[in-house]
Design a protein around this ligand. Structure first.
Ligand code: 6MZ
Length: 357
């Protein structure tokens, strides 16, 4: 927990001990956490020590990225794009089966084991971790997923499950492979509970994704999509994603009122909005907590779940994100304990292991 910085750290530091005990004891679901964005800094530094790059450019990229990640006060992002530029170096350090085992184990421990800083409770009660199956020179996508699932399944089903992410940049063939793998794994009894669409919001044609996403839903997988995360996402982009009847929406920061209405009509059970406060503030897609779209959803009694997104670059934690709800303005939203408990319950109810359909 000592690694957190930025808005979450400031909110956490402002809470009284009683509030901290309250937040720690609250059952919390973490439903929007990207595996390679959630690697503990210590783990990534250890992997860097074993890394033997083949080119000078690779060495420089990894060194520069690690330097940014290590800054005590956290990275200052100018825009969300700065986040995506960190990923190649992180991926360079996680190309082998051994490295994927190491990072998955470390991320699961970070979320699900007691924190060791005096708190008896883990960061969250239930974790739906998500990751993009990655083929490297050392492994196929199937092997990648098997390795991640082997680690996830070390925990009981009521504690951990996996969402398979597909990246907006993927070709039709890659999408076909990832969705088929997710369905096959689920049918084999492996703990894949959903599909996510993620990646750089400026890329990809979501119209071409719809038949793959519908196939995943028809196979009984939950569907969550990053939608309207930035102003680069067009109405057509969002409409294509909404046409697949997603169960949850990632961010939904720039959904117009018209699109919000369409989202609500999509199903009898409104799609829960995955809210990532620190990610939005640091990635500069929300100008301030005051201006954050969470207010709209809370006011309209629309289900939300509070999530971390990528704890490595955004230097946050589940406790940090919940502190942002409870802390007094301007450090937090100033919600009452009852309201925070209600939000946490909505999050637990939105898990794919407890589908509302
Ligand atoms: C969109 C994001 C993201 O899958 O390799 N990812 N996609 N918006 C975001 N908001 C900040 N944060 C992470 O984890 C890393 C990948 O997750 C997606 C990106 O595609 C990133 O490469 P995995 O485990």
């Amino acid at each position: 927990m000592s690694e957190i910085a930025g808005p979450a750290a400031a909110a956490l530091a402002s809470l009284c001990p009683d509030d901290l005990v309250f937040l720690q004891a609250l059952p919390k679901a973490e439903l929007h956490a990207h595996l390679n964005g959630s690697i503990p800094i210590q783990t990534i530094l250890e992997l860097a020590q074993q890394y033997s790059p083949s080119t000078v450019a690779q060495t420089t990229e990894v060194t520069d990225t690690l330097e940014k990640l290590r800054v005590k006060s956290g990275i200052v992002f100018n825009e969300l794009d700065d986040f995506f530029s960190l990923m190649p170096a992180i991926y360079a350090l996680t190309t082998t089966p051994e490295a994927v085992t190491t990072v998955t184990r470390a991320v699961l421990q970070w979320f699900l084991n007691p924190t060791g800083d005096g708190a008896e409770s883990p960061q969250c009660t239930y974790l739906e971790l998500r990751t993009t199956p990655r083929a490297t020179t050392h492994m196929t996508r199937e092997r990648y997923l098997t390795i991640v699932l082997d680690e996830v399944e070390m925990y009981p089903a009521i504690q951990a499950a996996l969402i398979v992410s597909v990246d907006r940049r993927m070709s039709d063939l890659d999408l076909e492979e990832c969705v088929s793998l997710a369905i096959e794994m689920k049918n084999r009894g492996r703990r894949v509970v959903g599909i996510d669409v993620c990646g750089d919001p400026r890329r990809g044609d979501m119209q071409s994704f719809t038949r793959h996403l519908s196939r995943a839903k028809d196979a009984g997988l939950g569907l969550t999509v990053h939608i309207a995360e930035t102003t680069a996402n067009t109405t057509e982009d969002s409409l294509a994603l909404l046409s697949c009847r997603p169960d949850r929406l990632g961010h939904a920061t720039f959904l117009s009122d018209e699109l919000k209405a369409i989202a609500r009509e999509n199903r009898h059970c409104k799609p829960c909005i995955e809210i990532c406060l620190s990610s939005n503030l640091l990635g500069k897609t929300a100008a301030s907590l005051d201006a954050h779209h969470i207010h709209y959803y809370l006011k309209n009694d629309h289900p939300v779940v509070i999530c971390t997104d990528d704890t490595l670059p955004f230097r946050t934690s589940c406790l940090g994100e919940y502190s942002l709800l409870l802390a007094q303005p301007p450090l937090g939203l100033g919600l009452t304990r009852d309201d925070v408990a209600r939000v946490a319950r909505m999050g637990m109810d939105a898990a794919f292991l407890r589908p509302c359909d």
